[in-house]
Design a protein around this ligand. Structure first.
Ligand code: FAD
Length: 372
């Protein structure tokens, strides 16, 4: 019997799930809110770990393509003191492929491949328990039913309320994101500073991180501890006002760090929200969650990796026993909760150390996790 399966969201979780299911010749409907594939910029770069994101791509049969698209040299990491002194300068050996970087846009295109995503299908509500299946209500007023609905719709999931009343809470750390374009020709000194990978500067309760993507594109994140209302008197759409506010906040830092803010184009506000570290729920037949919808955590290199691995594992679990969807989902949920709970604690502790009253904590964390 062919089950009617839908996944809400075409981020790393939803697409990996759909792609692995497709590889096993099972049908899935992908429902995405964005009106088109390129409706918004795909975002910065992601590092995919060998046993997580890369394993998921192997399960999707996409390892060779990943090898071509990824940037192992992007693993390089430089840490500066706020006075500009280089404290660490780590470069990967040529064979080092534990955490290569890939642009989000390239990853999305790789996963999309033959998938037929339904764009412009914003889900408002998911209601399990109906006679003809789980009902999905759309923003345009339409309604469809499925045997299984998977919420891979990110931090502010509309699927989550069908299984759990929990909502994300603010960590006390916020971030402003900006971009540098054509960095090699327009800002050669910054290009040298950032190198092939990332540069980070850690100060008291604040940090500046710049990451190189493809084609001279750089994302810069200014992170700091602040109440959620910190911008009450600031117009976040006024680029120069935001720039001045950030330069004042990072006052006294050396020129190269501040130049990352001086040359940034538009600014986007990205306050860091999380779900409780061990978010579980009583199993609800016909609905489950993947990725950020299930376990939103600080952005410390785990979220997309977990999302993809979970997508691949759930798809394989369904493919192994397509006649018993509920058993496949239950087994998957237990595995997801155990692993995500561990990562949520690791990343929460990591955030405390990276944006900390004692910047030495950030350096100590780097030394702890970085291969020598
Ligand atoms: C600055 C930053 C850097 C990061 N760096 C890394 C990294 O290097 N490595 C790493 O592993 N993780 C990283 N992360 C975390 C990572 O981005 C997320 O964990 C990951 O994107 C989660 O994937 P997802 O598919 O669960 O959700 P998302 O990527 O949020 O995708 C959700 C999808 O659902 C769609 N959607 C939302 N609501 C609806 C709706 N109502 N109806 C239909 N569709 C909907 C959205 O449009 C979107 O396409 C980073 C995060 C940030 C903010």
């Amino acid at each position: 019997m062919r089950h009617r399966i839908a996944v809400v969201g075409s981020g790393p979780a939803g697409l990996t799930f759909a792609r692995v299911l497709h590889r096993h010749d099972l049908l899935v409907t992908v429902l995405e809110r964005d009106p088109a594939r390129d409706a918004r910029p795909a975002g910065g770069t992601l590092d995919l770990h060998a046993g997580m994101g890369q394993l998921a791509l192997a399960k999707a049969g996409l390892s060779a393509e990943f090898e071509t698209l990824s940037r192992p040299e992007g693993q390089a990491m430089r840490i500066l003191d706020t006075d500009g002194t280089v404290l660490r300068d780590w470069r990967p050996r040529p064979e080092e492929r534990n955490n290569p970087e890939i642009d989000r846009g390239h990853l999305r295109d790789l996963l999309l491949g033959p998938l037929d995503v339904q764009w412009g299908r914003e889900v408002r509500q998911v209601v399990p328990g109906g006679r003809d299946g789980v009902a999905v209500h759309f923003a345009d007023g339409r309604r469809e039913t499925f045997d299984l609905v998977i919420g891979a719709d990110g931090a502010w999931s509309r699927t989550r309320p069908a299984v759990s009343p929990v909502t994300p809470h603010y960590t006390g750390v916020t971030a402003m994101e900006t971009s540098l374009h054509d960095v090699d020709s327009r800002h050669p000194e910054l290009a040298r500073l950032i190198g092939d990978g990332s540069v980070a500067v850690y100060g008291v309760n604040r940090a500046l991180v710049a990451q190189r993507g493809n084609a001279g594109h750089v994302k810069v994140y200014a992170q700091f501890r602040a109440p959620s209302t910190w911008h009450a008197n600031l117009d976040l759409t006024d680029v120069e006002a935001v720039r001045s506010s950030l330069l004042a906040r990072f006052d006294g830092w050396a020129a190269p760090a501040l130049d990352l803010l001086r040359h940034g184009t538009a600014f986007a506000h990205r306050p860091l929200f999380v779900l409780p570290a061990s978010h579980t729920w009583t199993h609800v037949p016909g609905v489950t969650l993947l990725g950020d919808a299930a376990h939103l955590m600080p952005p410390l290199g785990a979220g997309a990796n977990l999302a993809m691995l979970e997508g691949a594992e759930l798809a394989e679990s369904i493919a192994a026993d397509p006649d018993d969807l509920d058993a496949a989902v239950r087994a998957f949920e237990e595995q997801m909760w155990a692993r995500a709970g561990k990562w949520a604690k690791i990343t929460a502790a990591g955030l405390e150390r990276l944006v900390s009253p004692d910047p030495a904590q950030a350096l100590a964390l780097f030394d702890q996790v970085q291969p020598s």
